[in-house]
Write a protein that binds this ligand. Structure first.
Ligand SMILES: [Zn+2]
Length: 360
C-alpha cells in the first residue's frame, strides 16, 4: 500500500525559504496533490538528522546483539532522536532484515571492522595479518553499502601504548581495492602515529581523529578527507585512561593528552576546511539516540551552530549520497517548532517525523 498523500508547509532547510510541499507515493513534490492531508503547517523542516558513526548490532559491553527486537530497538532509538539515516561504522551482525521495515532509518553499512589479530575489542572484528588485508577489504566492500571500516590503531600491549595496526606500505593497495569495488574507506584512530599512512594512502574518512595535527589537516582538506570526531565517545577517554592506568601508564597518559586536545582538533579541522560530520559511536558503551549531544559538542568545540547542524543533517546526507528535501526524493523530514540553527536545544523536541512519506 502506498502512503497517503500529505501536505506540509514551513521553512525548508538548508535553503531557508517558506514553502508548501506535498508527498505523493512517498516522495516530495512541489505540485499540489488534491485531497492531501495537511500534517504540518508552520515550523522548520529538516531532511532528517544523520548519525554518521554508530553501530547497530553491538550491545552494552560490546557483545553482539543477535535478536531482531534488539536490533530494531537500536534503530528506533536513533529514529526517535530525529535520525532518518545512519552510517553503521562496523557491525558483527547481519542487519539486512531491518531494510525491509519501512518505519526504520536508512542504514548505510561498512560491513565488519577489519583489525589486526588481537588488536581490537574481542569478537567484533575480522582479525587478520597485513598480507590478507587487501582480500578482506574486497570481502567487506561487497558486504557493506559503500564503506569499509579499518581499525587504524589500538593499544599494543607489548608497547604499552596506542600504536598503528598496519604497516603503511600495505595501505595504498587496500584502499585502492575498496575504491575498485566502489566503496570508500574509513579508519578508527585515536592516536597520531597511524594517521599519516592512512591519509597519504588516500583514505576517505577518519573516525575519532583525536591525534590529528595541523599539517595532516591541511593535507586532508586538500584531499577532501572527512573526519567524524565522535566527541560523545571521546568523553570516555578519561575513563579508558583510568582503567588502563595500572598496567599501561603510557597509554593512560596518551589518552588523557588526546582528551585534553580533542576540542581544539575539531576546531582546527573545521577551520582548515576538512569536512566534519556528526557521529555518536552509539552501540557498545554509548546508548543510541544521542545525536543532539554530538551536535552540541561540535558547537562547543568551535563549529558555528549552523555548521554543527549541517554536519548532522544535509551535509552528511549529501556526503552519504542521500538527497535532501527535493523534488522526487523520498519524503524524509523532521519538523521542529523553532529554528534549530538559532537554538540547537530545539533538536530534542521534534514535532513530526516523516520517513519515506509516512508519519512515524
Ligand atoms: Zn565506532
Amino acid at each position: 500500500m502506498s502512503p497517503a498523500a500529505l501536505h506540509l508547509s514551513g521553512v525548508v532547510l538548508p535553503e531557508g525559504g517558506h514553502r508548501d510541499l506535498w508527498v505523493r507515493d512517498g516522495r516530495w513534490t512541489a505540485e499540489p496533490v488534491p485531497g492531501a492531508e495537511t500534517v504540518a503547517r508552520g515550523g522548520w523542516l529538516l531532511p532528517g538528522l544523520v548519525d554518521a558513526h554508530c553501530h547497530v548490532g553491538i550491545g552494552p559491553g560490546g557483545a553482539p546483539v543477535e535478536d531482531p527486537a534488539g536490533l530494531r530497538g537500536q534503530a528506533l532509538a536513533e529514529r526517535d532522536a530525529g535520525v532518518l539515516a545512519l552510517r553503521d561504522c562496523g557491525s558483527p551482525v547481519d542487519t539486512r532484515a531491518l531494510d525491509d521495515e519501512p518505519d526504520l532509518p536508512t542504514i548505510v553499512r561498512a560491513g565488519r571492522h577489519i583489525a589486526r589479530t588481537r588488536r581490537y575489542i574481542p569478537g567484533l572484528a575480522v582479525e587478520l595479518e597485513p598480507e590478507d588485508l587487501v582480500a578482506e577489504v574486497r570481502v567487506q566492500a561487497r558486504r557493506g553499502d559503500g564503506w569499509v571500516k579499518l581499525v587504524g590503531d589500538w593499544i599494543d600491549r607489548s608497547a604499552g601504548d596506542l600504536a598503528p595496526e598496519w604497516p603503511a606500505d600495505v595501505l595504498p593497495a587496500a584502499i585502492a581495492a575498496a575504491h575498485e569495488e566502489g566503496a570508500r574507506v574509513t579508519a578508527h584512530t585515536f592516536g597520531a602515529d597511524a594517521l599519516p599512512g592512512l591519509v597519504r594512502a588516500g583514505i576517505d574518512c577518519i573516525e575519532h581523529g583525536t591525534g590529528l595535527t595541523e599539517d595532516l589537516l591541511g593535507e586532508m582538506a586538500a584531499r577532501r578527507t572527512a573526519v567524524v570526531p565522535t566527541l560523545v565517545n571521546v568523553e570516555n577517554f578519561p575513563g579508558f585512561a583510568a582503567a588502563g592506568e595500572k598496567r599501561f601508564p603510557a597509554y593512560a597518559s596518551t589518552m588523557r593528552r588526546l582528551y585534553a586536545g580533542s576540542g581544539a582538533v575539531v576546531r582546527a579541522a573545521y577551520e582548515a576546511g576538512v569536512p566534519v560530520f556528526a557521529g555518536t559511536d552509539a552501540g557498545g558503551g554509548i546508548a543510541h539516540g544521542r545525536i543532539a549531544d554530538e551536535v552540541h559538542a561540535l558547537c562547543r568545540a568551535g563549529l558555528p551552530a549552523e555548521a554543527a547542524l549541517a554536519a548532522a543533517s544535509w551535509s552528511a546526507r549529501a556526503w552519504l549520497g542521500l538527497p535532501g528535501i527535493e523534488e522526487g526524493a523520498p519524503a524524509d523530514a523532521v519538523v521542529y517548532d523553532a529554528d534549530p540553527r538559532a537554538d540547537l536545544d530545539v533538536l530534542a523536541r521534534p514535532r513530526l517525523t516523516l520517513l519515506r512519506g509516512r508519519v512515524v
